[in-house]
Design a protein around this ligand. Structure first.
Ligand SMILES: Nc1ncnc2c1ncn2[C@@H]1O[C@H](COP(=O)(O)OP(=O)(O)OP(=O)(O)O)[C@@H](O)[C@H]1O
Ligand SMILES: [Mg+2]
Length: 340
């Protein structure tokens, strides 16, 4: 193995690689392309995604880093796109949302569990050699987005680890002494704590500094976050509640995705049908759009499968006069309507 050392001129190779497209590719992010990618997937939060794209372009280009590329705190009501934004960013920036490390902080409320989950069990304990579920994946591939969902539910010890991670860009596993380097990762924290209060306190404000100050004051006074944590966060975003028209747009996205899952393109969905789906969603989930996906599945999956079995590639949906959902091949509407 050590012969590899002699197989080439490593110093020269390193210099060549760092000047080549291989490396420069990872040092720049095309803000316009990133923004387009985000716009296609995240609806109703335009100001946030425009700023996120800008901040990421700027921080990505720094060549010397001692901290993560950036640390973002996403606040706002449930089901407004906070977790979704993290996923979409991971997909664009690191190639695959599956490589994103996600921690549900409601599972990190017990100090021993939290510590062994994140940085590994103490030495001597069972599994102490296998390391942490945060540190090990980062050692294997440091280019990742790390998401801490519902951060307000984490034990204070998790905040201590986060302070180190976001402040020094490193975390050491106590049991093994191995260190994970976070200087190529992006950290995203999400919370819907105090969403109503924060919304009210910042109502009518337009200046980012002013909004930020109001949020910081509220979060630290209520004991949700320690002030040092806020000091390590590069940007705080407050997600807006989604209006009916935006939810309709998201419903269309989900219908298109469902069609794609069955290998089909959905060309058109009648507005009456969309309204019906939105009303059904409102009935079961007063607080957001969590049920939308299931409702859309209930509404459309059966018909999509039937069309797929008929080898149809493109379909449209409408609502017939007795409230039944009708699906027809978009290529030949007349003929197939009769068949339904
Ligand atoms: N702004 C949005 N644009 C597009 N899709 C959205 C948006 N908001 C929510 N969704 C859809 O709704 C689902 C739930 O949203 P998400 O998980 O991002 O909510 P959240 O803001 O993280 O809520 P919570 O605070 O409860 O975790 C997502 O799978 C996504 O498909
Ligand atoms: Mg979430």
């Amino acid at each position: 193995m050590s012969d590899l050392n002699k197989m080439t001129d490593w110093e020269k190779l390193r210099a060549l690689v760092s000047d080549s497209k291989l490396e420069s590719k990872s040092r720049t992010v095309d803000e316009k392309l990133l923004l387009e990618f985000l716009q296609a997937r995240i609806k109703g939060q335009d100001e946030i995604i425009a700023d996120v794209a800008r901040v990421i372009r700027l921080s990505w280009e720094k060549q010397q880093r001692t901290r993560p590329i950036c640390s973002l705190l996403l606040l706002g009501p449930t089901g407004t796109g906070k977790t979704e934004l993290a996923k979409v960013l991971a997909e664009y920036l690191y190639g695959d949302a599956k490589d994103m490390l996600r921690f549900d902080c409601s599972e990190l409320s017990n100090p021993d569990m939290a510590k062994s989950r994140l940085t590994g069990s103490s030495s001597g304990y069972k599994d102490s050699e296998s390391g942490g579920q945060l540190t090990r994946p980062i050692m294997a591939n440091p280019r990742r987005l790390i998401l801490f969902d519902e951060i307000e539910k984490a034990h204070p010890l998790v905040f201590d680890l986060l302070l180190q991670l976001m402040g020094d860009g490193r975390l050491t596993e106590q049991s093994t002494g191995r260190t994970a380097d976070f200087t190529q990762s992006i950290v995203v924290l999400t919370s819907n704590a105090l969403a109503d209060e924060v919304g009210k306190a910042t109502e009518g404000m337009t200046d980012y500094r002013e909004i930020l100050n109001a949020i910081k004051t509220l979060l630290s006074e209520s004991g949700v976050f320690r002030a040092e944590i806020m000091g390590r966060i590069d940007k705080v975003y407050l997600f807006k509640p989604l209006t009916g028209m935006i939810v309709a747009e998201i419903a269309l996205l989900k219908i298109a995705a469902l069609g794609k899952d069955y290998g089909m393109t959905v060309e058109f969905v009648a507005p009456e049908l969309l309204l019906k789906a939105l009303e059904a969603n409102l009935k079961v989930s007063r607080f957001g759009i969590r049920e939308l996906e299931r409702i859309i599945f209930d509404f459309f999956a059966e018909q999509l499968v039937a069309m797929r079995d008929r080898k149809v590639k493109t379909v449209s949906f409408r609502l017939d006069p007795d409230g039944k959902i009708v699906c027809y091949p978009a290529e030949k509407p007349e003929q197939s309507q009769a068949g339904n």
